[in-house]
Design a binder for this molecule. Structure first.
Ligand code: HEM
Length: 126
């Protein structure tokens, strides 16, 4: 293991994450295919949980205190198509805030590892 700054620090820490999340949800809510999912959401609380989640996922000092992602997204009818649009907006946001391509790829790779928790299981069944 190399002793180097975390991905969180390299992209600019708290300030960058806060900016990314704000910008990102603006795009998500502007997307007619995604906006309906968020009609009943408390966006303020969602942004707060996402800042925490992203901080933790990028090895920042935060500890994510929200619901398990599988639970939070269960029964919402989110498909791979929605997930891909969502991450596409994230990708564009990361580029627009000025991250290097290598960092963008690293962030997206981390977020993609959660796809199975987000997409399409209606109820828990074995
Ligand atoms: C990897 C991608 C994603 C991550 C990391 C993520 C993360 C989160 C987090 C941390 C929460 C808050 C949970 C809590 O309140 O405890 C949440 C809630 C939610 N997410 Fe996601 N999410 C992702 C993808 C999606 C997608 C693709 C959709 C819909 C198209 C979506 C729709 C929602 C909705 C509707 C809520 C609930 C908002 C509310 O009612 O408060 N998420 N998500």
């Amino acid at each position: 293991m190399r002793d180097e700054a975390t991905l969180y620090d390299r992209i600019g820490g708290e300030a960058t994450v806060a900016r990314v999340i704000d910008d990102f949800y603006r795009r998500v809510l502007d997307d007619p295919e995604l906006e309906p999912f968020f009609r009943h959401a408390s966006m303020e609380s969602l942004r707060r949980m996402q800042r925490e989640f992203f901080g933790a996922a990028l090895d920042g000092p935060q500890r994510y205190s929200g619901l398990a992602l599988s639970h939070a997204h269960q029964d919402r009818g989110i498909t791979v198509h929605h997930f891909n649009r969502f991450t596409q907006h994230l990708l564009q946001t990361l580029r627009d805030v000025g991250l290097e391509q290598a960092e963008v790829t690293e962030v997206i790779d981390r977020i993609n590892t959660y796809a199975d928790d987000i997409v399409g299981r209606s109820t828990v069944s074995e």
